[in-house]
Structures are given as C-alpha cells and as structure tokens.
Design a protein around this ligand. Structure first.
Ligand SMILES: [Zn+2]
Length: 125
C-alpha cells in the first residue's frame, strides 16, 4: 500500500520540491539567467499557493504575480502589482528601467512555507 495520498499537503509538497529542484538547477546558470529562473520558480510556487492574479492595466489574468516597477526618462515611474505579458512589453518599450520583484507579503509567505516544509518520510515495507 502506498503511504502517499493525493491530499492538499502532498500537492503542496510536490510544488515545494519542484521549487527546490529549480533552485538547484539554477546554480549552474549565469547571474542574469539565474535571477530570472529563481524569480520564475518563486512565482510558480506562489501561483500554486494563491492562484492567479489580475493585470494592473487590463482585465487579463496573470499566472505569475510579480511586481513590476518602471522608471521613465522624465524621472517618473510606476509600480504595478502584476502585469500580463502584453502590458509588460508595452511598459518595457516606454520605460528606461524595469525592475521585477515579489511583494513583501509574498516573500514572507514563501519564507514561511519553505521554513515549515518537511519532506515526506519513506515508509518501510
Ligand atoms: Zn495587461
């Protein structure tokens, strides 16, 4: 009999393990690609924990809720909780600088989930 049941805890454990796998594989990447890979892995885990979000500029659904901060040539800027790909590309064309980050509450949530993660133990036959 398998000790694993398909409950919520097992599903969460699967996504945390996928996150750790992405972190481990990112070690071999160059800094820029490593940062992008880690941000994607964090956003993917947050999607599995919280579900999707909404684009701050249009009604599109967003799988990866990543805060986008832009700075324009005139010194002005904007802070978006999340952007769909189309709105992100539009912002990138008019901004002189674009920064991606996670919201502080999402960072805190990730820390809590990862600190409390305990891998499933193998059960002897
Ligand atoms: Zn949009």
């Amino acid at each position: 009999m398998s000790p694993n049941t398909n409950n919520c805890s097992d599903i969460r454990s699967q996504f945390v393990q996928e996150y750790f796998s992405a972190v481990a594989s990112a070690e071999r990447l160059h800094a820029r690609e490593r940062g992008r890979t880690l941000m994607h892995a964090q956003a993917e885990l947050l999607f599995h924990l919280n579900g999707e979000g909404k684009c701050a500029k249009c009604p599109a659904h967003v799988r990866h809720v990543i805060r986008v901060t832009t700075v324009h040539e005139d010194g002005g800027g904007f802070d978006f909780d999340a952007l769909c790909i189309r709105c992100q590309v539009a912002e990138e064309t008019i901004a002189s600088q674009v920064t991606f980050s996670l919201k502080p509450e999402h960072l805190n949530q990730l820390v809590e989930v990862l600190e409390n993660y305990r891998p499933a133990r193998a059960v002897a036959a």
